[in-house]
Design a protein around this ligand. Sequence first.
Ligand code: TRP
Ligand code: ZN
Ligand code: CA
Length: 439
Amino acid sequence: MSLSVSRRLAAVTAFAVAGLFASTAPAALAAPTAVTAAPTPPDIPVANVKAHLAQFQSIATSNGGNRAHGRAGYKASLDYVKAKLDAAGYTTTIQTFTSSGATGYNLIADWPGGDPNSVLMAGSHLDSVSSGPGINDNGSGSAAVLETALAVSRAGLQPTKHLRFGWWGAEELGLVGSKYYVNNLPSAERAKISGYLNFDMIGSPNPGYFVYDDDPTIEQTFKTYFAGLNVPTEIETEGDGRSDHAPFKNVGIPVGGLFTGAGYTKTAAQAQKWGGTAGQAFDRCYHSSCDTTANINDTALDRNSDAVAYAIWNLGAATPVPPGPSFENTTDVSIPDSPGAAVTSPITVSGVAGNAPATTKVDVNIVHTYRGDLVIDLVAPDGTAYRLKNSSSSDSADNVVATYTVNASSEVANGVWKLQVKDVAGADVGYINSWRITF
Ligand code: TRP
Ligand code: ZN
Ligand code: CA
């Protein structure tokens, strides 16, 4: 059993029986090894992504100029992607369906390992419209997801989550393949998918940098990536629900994604921040025969491909730091009005080896009719006071419900800790409802 699991179990048990002064069992504390940092995401070589695009282009060229559902160019694209994944150690599955009288195909690739009950998915539609080779729409997403999957294999990545990649058929006929996949996933399997990342058009020739406004964690992951590049982003507004994330979202799976723009026109303000041409579509060849390998902005493709990997590495591997042992006091302590004495509420901590952490957390719940009256300190066993909150004559709101982080690393953890509260202004009163300290 891992340290974090045993600790959490200990905490649950202690709270169930103890009530007033809940404390955890003195489980071995020291080992910071229980916390695994996410490995650094790789730089996805844009040349590799472009090599996949060149293959999609040549597949289209030799199959009537497109890679559309029901045409030979689609299946050839799927076979190309599948062969790369098989060679890299993926477990691949072709799922067939029928649409408009033709057989359609989804390709699913599972990376062996990870928590089968927590699956991170990324996907792209692999079909083009019939009027062109579909290199930006959506060879770009398909190639970036493929190259990220290959990078997972090159890195021998063993993330916490199970990774699954999908290439969808017949998106251009109305999200047919992704709907089919989601609809045929038993609800128990749906519940295991912690997130779905969609990449549809990420190399537009006159690019914008759009992030889907959906699951906040996924959205923030992408925003953090682009912030690191100093590239401003905007929220995607060219049609929510117009791509393969929609079926996932519709069954409650957290979704997110990236997009560099289709038929909408780049504004002057957007050209200011991103470069490119104002008054012109993000992709003038959207759904046209000119959506060829010439219809790609390499910088956008490069940045977005790296963003795919960044998200897979971070969302797939990030292990939340497990909380340490936690102690609380739920006895009410009334706080006399000013000029009264400070009151305290004690918590006896035992069984915690060594010093308190630099990230000691203090949850405070005080009921009061004018919280600005209150000065709050955490008092360590040796009497050292740590100021949590000062008074403020302008803070007229009720109650203090807050979590404070205290660097208590110079304090021995075991002993009696106190929450000390003093009312420094007349009229309003209240009481300490409960507080908690977490190491
Ligand atoms: N494949 C999509 C389509 O043909 C492209 C698209 C348009 C899109 N608007 C979008 C993709 C918004 C993602 C988000 O409709
Ligand atoms: Zn399209
Ligand atoms: Ca008062």
